[in-house]
Design a binder for this molecule. Sequence first.
Ligand SMILES: [Zn+2]
Length: 214
Amino acid sequence: MEIRQTINVIGAMFLGTILTEIAYHIVMKWKRAKLKGNATDTVQTLFFPDREVACKDYFTQRHGCTNQRCKFAHDAHNSYGQLLRFLSCTCISLEVCVYTITCADLANILIGLHNKGVVVKIITDGEKENALGSQINRFREEGIQVRVDKSSYFMHHKFVIIDDKMLLNGSFNWTRQAVTGNHENLMVTTCPELLFEYRNEFDKLWKLYEPKVR
Ligand SMILES: [Zn+2]
């Protein structure tokens, strides 16, 4: 009798798991069907390296650059400048999922946003966490939430979600070399379908890399 009850319990649990899984997929399919991009969704590309170094003040400060003799680029097509502008305009949330982050200027923007009350979350790879110039420990010291892939595989993504409204994705690691030396790209879009997929990927990894309490 006890064996039969045990089998019934296991069967019910198994059925419950399957039904939950089916319900999840139905809901996801329904949510995807509701998302319809249109021609007005912003799609822009940023290619690196830049020929000139961007002026940080010009691209990030409300008053712009006040240095009459500034030698840095004010060119609206400067890719790094546009990246600085997109990041510094974040109002609510910034989710960064990038393999390696050593660029102190970009780190400073994230820390500044965090100090202004923007919710900043960072996912990165364990291999690069303590690499030379890594900004990850700085983020932790500032109280920014960081989760790290400790597996033997690489967390090799390079994407950012700004205010849940804009996605930046491409080959661009957050390093000085990527700005001034490498051939890299970033695609910038507000397409809801793509945002939905990358939002799911971020949430999935955020949960996966949650530190285990022992
Ligand atoms: Zn300037």
